[in-house]
Ligand binder design. Sequence first.
Ligand SMILES: NC(=O)c1ccc[n+]([C@@H]2O[C@H](COP(=O)([O-])OP(=O)(O)OC[C@H]3O[C@@H](n4cnc5c(N)ncnc54)[C@H](OP(=O)(O)O)[C@@H]3O)[C@@H](O)[C@H]2O)c1
Length: 347
Amino acid sequence: MKAILIPEFAPDPSTLQPSEVPTPPPKPDEYQISITHCAPQHADILHAQGKHQNNNAKKGWCHPPFILGYDFAGIVRSVPSSPSSATSRPKFSKGDRVFGIAIGAFAESICVKEAAIRRVPDGLSNETACAMAGQAVSYASVRHVADVQAGETVMVSGASGGLGSVCCMVAKALGAKVVALAGDAEKAEAMRRDMDVDLVVVMNDGRDWMAEVMAFTEQRGVDVFLDNIGMVNDAIRCLAYFGRIVIIGFAARKGVMEEVKMNKLLLKSITIMGYRFGESGRRHPALLERIWAGYLGMLQKGELKPMLYGDYRGLEDVGRALGDLAERRVYGKVVVKVADEEELSRL
Ligand SMILES: NC(=O)c1ccc[n+]([C@@H]2O[C@H](COP(=O)([O-])OP(=O)(O)OC[C@H]3O[C@@H](n4cnc5c(N)ncnc54)[C@H](OP(=O)(O)O)[C@@H]3O)[C@@H](O)[C@H]2O)c1
């Protein structure tokens, strides 16, 4: 099969191209999935470069040689011959449309355990399921971690990105006022046009964006700050007393973490929470099911819609997609079409 193999860490993931690799045979408790779509994201860039906490040689995660990629949708090709003890019969059948999150998604085929996949809900395409697979993180951050209430003001950094755009949508659907932070004026214009948010402020156009946020909140500050890029010190400055910050990601930090003076938290009675989605599944499976039910419910009701950027076809386009993400050209979510859904379903 074709796959984006990382034989050694790649400083410039935009140059990555697919190569022929042996199609992995499924283990007795694994499904084999033919991939129709994959969705490159910021974490894939870090995985390829060897700069992510998942690059763990000891645990054997994302350590060369490995196949890159996280989010995918596809069609079940074969079911486990001996399902794990947790399930007596396989939940999915050959031909079912599924989506999932597992390392190795930039390939024509992937083998995964049942816990890594979910059924594509009726009425949603594989493309939509793939585009939204990774953003359950955003739903969980807004709904379960920040516990956003109707009427609160929520600010989102990296709001044009995959996670940020869905944070904005979920907060709006819960009845919050949303302030979106954009990297440049062009993206801000597109966000004002396409996103249902209450205020878009621009970081790098020389204007005092923080003063705009304070004016919007009548000098009170925002109740919740969802940080996708790593700007906690600025978040503290525009937060209301007793406000909450959720640390979701560090897209702007280039691996160098911020230092925060603890007295600032005390003085404003601020709560800072970190959230790593993977831990919900590993440590709180019942909560994870509630997260997916709530998130997919919102998608099916049309409260959340994917914001797709560009046109990427074939694994040959994965490198270009990663380059566009790294250069911050992307607005919304990138999805690469790997194979035709209908053609594969006929096989
Ligand atoms: N907590 C979790 O469980 C979890 C799970 C998955 C991913 N993450 C992390 O969450 C973060 C966001 O992920 P994502 O998939 O939403 O990424 P993304 O789609 O690439 O979006 C990131 C956004 O951040 C902004 N940004 C600001 N400075 C940037 C910089 N120097 N480089 C790149 N982007 C920059 C960009 O918007 P502007 O250009 O408009 O500023 C961009 O749209 C990443 O750090 C990722 O590793 C966390």
